[in-house]
Write a protein that binds this ligand. Structure first.
Ligand SMILES: Nc1nc2c(c(=O)[nH]1)N[C@H]1C(S)=C(S)[C@@H](COP(=O)(O)OP(=O)(O)OC[C@H]3O[C@@H](n4cnc5c(=O)[nH]c(N)nc54)[C@H](O)[C@@H]3O)O[C@H]1N2
Ligand SMILES: Nc1nc2c(c(=O)[nH]1)N[C@H]1C(S)=C(S)[C@@H](COP(=O)(O)OP(=O)(O)OC[C@H]3O[C@@H](n4cnc5c(=O)[nH]c(N)nc54)[C@H](O)[C@@H]3O)O[C@H]1N2
Ligand SMILES: [Mo]
Length: 693
C-alpha cells in the first residue's frame, strides 16, 4: 500500500501498481483503510473500567497509571498463585513479524505464564502437510498460469484470496479447467468450470477415492512415485477399500463424477490443488490434508511449474522465529492451554490449578472468533479475573477489560512481513505518527517489561533492531535482499526461481526425513503434534496421541450419517466461513463494510426452509445444546440441503439476541495439530419467535 501524507495526515491510500503480484489491487476489506485509521471510534488512550464488566463504561487514564496497575496486578497474582495463573490470548490482528503472532511470547515466557496454544488457523493443516511433503512453499501462486487443471478445495478465492484469482483466470484463458469442491456454491464455485458439492467433513473420502481410481486405472506417474515417494505399496493396498461407490455414500458426490475428476486431475498436467483452511475443520481434517498433499506426487504434478499443491507459501520465508518467540525463556514443564478452551479454562471446566486470574488479550477478539461463546463471556465477567485488552477499537472482548490499551494501525507502525499468499517480503514503513497515545505492540511490551523489571536485553530491543533480526539474511532465499533495499522498494521477491521456472520438487527434494513424499509418514511415529509457531515456540509437550502413518478416512463427528442421535435433534450442518467484506471480526464495525456484507444471515436451502416454515428475510434462531444465535434467514439453493451457512465476523454487540455463531461451535479438536472443528457442527434452525432489539 502506498500512503500519501500531507501535514502529518494520511490523505490517500492505494495499492502499489508496481507490485507484480497484486498489480495495485486492494480488496474491499482494506481499500478504505484510512477510514479505519481515522474512525472516530478508535481507542486512542488507555482506559480503566468504571462500570460492571461488559458495561462498556471506562475512564481515561495515563499510560503511567495503566502500566503501573497492570504490573502490580500481574506481580501480585504471580506472587500469590504462580505465573501460570496469567495467560496471554492473542492471534493475528496484525500479521507483521514484529507486532504479530509472537510479539508477547518473550514477555509471557519470562513471566512464567500459562503457555497459550493458538491453533485457530491451519495448525492441523500444517502438521499434516509437513508430515507428508515437508515445510515447502509448494506451488508459486504466480505459476498457476501454467496449470492445466486447477482444483480449488474448500477455498473461496474470490473472497479470501482475491489476488490469486487473476492467475486462475489467465490459466483458464490458456485452456485450464477449474473445479471447486465445496458444500456451497460460493462466488468462486459459481465462477469455475465445475462445482462439486460435497457433504462437509467428508473430503478425505473423495481424495482417497481419487487415489483409488488413479491407482486402479494405471494413471499413476510410476517413475515419479518410484524415485520420489516412500510407502507407495502400502498406500495402494490401503486405498483398495476406498472405491468411488464407497465414497459416494460418504460424500454425496456421485461415483461417476469421482472417476471423471480423478482422470481429469491425473491427465491435466501440470495440475494443482489449492486448499483452503476449511479442509482441516472436522474430526478427520488432518488426514484430509495428508491425502490431498500426496495426490500431486501420485500423478507427477510436481514435475512442471504450476503443478503440485498450494497451501501457505509462508514456508519459503526464512523468518528467524526464534528471535521473536524466545523459547529459551520458557520454564520447562509450564502448562499449556489451547485458546479454544478459553471459556472452560476461565470457568473451572478444565480444573486448572492455579485457576486463571490474569488475562492479556492483544491481536485478537476471542468473544467472536473463539467457540463456546457463552462460557467465554461468563469467564470474562468474573470479578476475580484481571483482564487487559490491547485494541484499536472497543470490540466485544475489549468491553470486558479492566484496562484497555490503545493500539496503532498498520500505517502508524514499522514492521516487516512474510506472506501467507505469495513469495514477496514487504517492508511496512510507518507513514504517520501514532494517533493519540496509541502504541505498537512492540512498544507496549517494552513498557510492560521495563516496569516488571525484566532486564534481559530482549525486552529493550528497538523496532529497528528487531527488523534486523527478522530473517536469516544469509539464507539463499535472501540473496540480494537487505533491510535497506526493502526500505527503498517496499517489497522484494524472495531469491527463488521465477514463476515460469519454479518447480521445487521436479526432482523430489521434499523437506521430509526421507527427502520424499511420504505416503507412510515417518513423523507419525512421534504421535500428534502442533508446530512450534502455534504454541509459543514450546515443544516440551506431547499429547501422546498415536497417529496411523498411512492416510485414512475419519468421518465427521457431527453428521446425520455418523451421529444419527444428535442429528435427530440437530439435523443441519453449520458452516462458518469468512465474510466477504470483513477479515475475521475486523472491519465488521465499519458502516461501509457492514453495508457491503449485508446483515448477519443464515443461508438455508429452499427445501430445508420450507420444512421449517421459514421465509426469506425472517429472523431465524440457530441452536444446539451448546448455545444459540439469531440472524436473518436467506433462502438459497447455493447451499446443499442439510447444510446451513453463517459467515464469521459480525459483532455480538450488533447482533440480535446478543450472540454470534461462536455460541454453537464446539471446542473439540480435529485429529492433527489441535485444529478446530468449525465445519463439524450440527444445529437446528427455526423461526425466531421474539427478537431482542
Ligand atoms: N474476505 C475475507 N478474506 C479473508 C479472511 C476473511 O475473514 N474475509 N480471512 C483470512 C484468513 S484468517 C484465512 S485463514 C483465509 C481463509 O480463506 P478460505 O480458506 O477461503 O476460508 P473459508 O472462507 O473459511 O472457507 C473456504 C470455503 O470452504 C468451504 N467449506 C467449509 N467446510 C468445508 C468442508 O468440510 N469441505 C469443503 N470441501 N469445503 C468446506 C466453505 O463453504 C468456504 O467456501 O482467508 C483470509 N482472507
Ligand atoms: N466459526 C469460526 N471461527 C473462526 C474462524 C472461522 O472461519 N469460523 N476462523 C478462524 C481463523 S482462520 C482465524 S485466523 C481466527 C482469527 O482470529 P483473530 O486473529 O482474533 O481475528 P480478528 O477477529 O480479526 O481479531 C483481531 C483483532 O486484533 C485487532 N488488531 C489489529 N491490529 C492490531 C495491532 O496492531 N495491535 C493490537 N493490539 N490489536 C490489533 C483488531 O482490531 C481485531 O479486533 O479466527 C478463527 N475463528
Ligand atoms: Mo485464518
Amino acid at each position: 500500500m502506498l500512503v500519501t501524507v500531507e501535514d502529518g495526515k494520511a490523505v490517500n491510500l492505494r495499492g502499489d501498481p508496481d507490485h507484480p503480484y497484486t498489480n495495485g489491487g486492494l480488496c474491499v476489506k482494506v481499500s478504505r483503510y484510512l477510514d479505519r485509521v481515522y474512525d472516530p471510534d478508535r481507542v486512542l488512550h488507555p482506559l480503566r473500567r468504571t462500570g460492571p464488566k461488559g458495561s462498556g463504561r471506562f475512564e481515561r487514564i495515563s499510560w503511567e497509571e495503566a502500566v503501573e496497575e497492570i504490573a502490580s496486578r500481574f506481580t501480585s497474582i504471580s506472587d500469590e498463585y504462580g505465573g501460570e495463573a496469567i495467560m496471554p490470548v492473542s492471534y493475528l490482528g496484525t500479521e507483521g513479524i514484529l507486532n504479530g503472532l509472537n510479539v508477547g511470547d518473550p514477555f509471557f515466557a519470562r513471566l512464567g505464564g500459562t503457555i497459550a496454544e493458538r491453533t485457530y488457523c491451519d495448525s492441523g493443516s500444517c502438521t499434516a502437510y509437513t508430515m507428508t511433503i515437508g515445510d515447502t512453499a509448494g506451488v508459486d501462486p504466480e505459476s498457476l498460469v501454467h496449470s492445466k487443471f486447477i482444483l480449488v478445495w474448500a477455498c473461496n478465492i474470490v473472497s479470501t484470496n482475491l489476488h490469486l484469482w487473476p492467475y486462475v483466470t489467465e490459466a483458464r484463458k490458456r485452456g485450464a479447467k477449474v473445479v471447486v469442491v465445496d458444500p456451497v456454491r460460493t462466488r468462486t464455485a459459481a465462477a469455475a468450470d465445475q462445482h462439486i458439492p460435497i457433504r462437509p467433513g467428508t473430503d478425505a473420502a473423495l481424495a482417497l477415492a481419487m487415489a483409488h481410481v488413479i491407482i486402479v486405472e494405471g494413471l499413476t506417474d510410476q517413475d515419479y512415485v518410484d524415485d520420489h515417494c516412500v510407502g507407495y505399496a502400502e498406500f495402494a493396498e490401503r486405498v483398495e477399500q476406498y472405491t468411488p461407490e464407497w465414497a459416494e455414500a460418504e460424500t454425496g458426490v456421485p461415483a461417476p463424477t469421482i472417476r471423471e475428476l480423478a482422470r481429469e486431475y491425473a491427465a491435466g498436467q501440470p495440475s494443482v490443488i489449492r486448499i483452503g483452511v476449511a479442509v482441516e475443520r472436522h474430526a478427520g481434517g488432518g488426514q484430509t490434508v495428508r491425502a490431498l498433499s500426496l495426490l500431486p506426487a501420485l500423478v507427477g504434478a510436481w514435475r512442471k511449474p504450476g503443478g503440485g499443491i498450494l497451501q501457505l507459501p509462508l514456508w519459503a520465508f526464512p523468518v528467524n522465529w526464534g528471535a521473536f518467540m524466545h523459547p529459551e525463556l520458557l520454564t520447562p514443564g509450564k502448562r499449556v492451554v489451547n485458546q479454544f478452551l478459553l471459556g472452560e479454562a476461565l470457568t473451572g471446566g478444565l480444573g486448572l490449578d492455579p485457576p486463571l486470574r490474569g488475562l492479556m488479550v492483544y491481536n485478537s477478539n476471542p468473544v467472536v472468533v473463539c467457540p463456546d461463546q457463552a462460557k467465554v463471556i461468563e469467564g470474562l465477567q468474573r470479578e476475580d479475573l484481571f483482564t487487559v485488552v490491547s485494541e484499536q477499537f472497543m470490540t466485544d472482548t475489549a468491553e470486558y477489560a479492566d484496562i484497555v490499551l490503545p493500539a496503532t494501525t498498520q500505517i502508524e507502525q514499522d514492521d516487516i512481513m512474510f506472506s501467507w499468499g505469495h513469495l514477496y517480503i514487504t517492508y511496512n514503513q510507518r507513514a504517520i505518527e501514532p494517533l493519540g497515545e496509541a502504541v505498537p505492540n512492540t512498544e507496549m511490551f517494552r513498557r510492560l517489561a521495563a516496569r516488571m523489571g525484566f532486564d534481559d536485553p530482549v525486552f529493550r530491543r528497538t523496532d529497528e533492531e528487531m527488523i534486523a533480526e527478522a530473517f536469516d539474511w544469509s539464507h539463499p532465499h535472501m540473496e540480494g535482499i537487505t533491510v535497506e533495499s526493502l526500505k527503498q522498494r517496499g517489497w522484494q521477491r524472495l531469491n527463488v526461481p521465477p514463476a515460469d521456472a519454479y518447480a521445487p520438487h521436479a526432482e523430489g527434494n521434499f523437506r521430509t526425513p526421507s527427502g520424499k513424499t511420504e505416503f507412510v509418514a515417518a513423523a507419525a511415529a512421534a504421535g500428534n503434534f502442533v508446530v512450534p509457531l502455534f504454541r509459543q515456540g514450546s515443544n516440551d509437550y506431547q499429547p501422546g496421541q498415536e497417529v496411523d502413518p498411512l492416510p485414512h478416512y475419519i468421518p465427521p463427528r457431527e453428521s446425520p450419517h455418523t451421529n444419527p442421535e444428535m442429528a435427530a435433534r440437530y439435523p443441519l450442518n453449520l458452516l462458518s466461513p469468512k465474510s466477504h467484506a470483513y477479515i475475521n471480526s475486523s472491519y465488521a464495525n465499519h458502516a461501509h463494510h457492514r453495508q457491503v456484507q449485508d446483515e448477519p444471515t443464515v443461508v438455508i436451502h429452499p427445501d430445508d426452509a420450507a420444512e421449517r416454515g421459514l421465509s426469506d428475510g425472517e429472523s431465524a434462531r440457530v441452536f444446539n445444546d451448546r448455545g444459540e444465535f439469531t440472524v436473518l434467514a436467506r433462502i438459497d439453493a447455493a447451499v446443499l440441503p442439510g447444510v446451513v451457512v453463517s459467515s464469521l465476523g459480525g459483532w455480538r454487540k450488533h447482533s440480535q439476541a446478543a450472540a454470534t455463531l461462536a455460541a454453537v461451535n464446539s471446542t473439540r479438536f480435529a485429529d492433527l495439530g489441535n485444529a478446530p472443528t468449525f465445519s463439524d457442527t450440527l444445529v437446528e434452525v427455526e423461526r425466531a419467535e421474539t427478537v431482542a432489539p
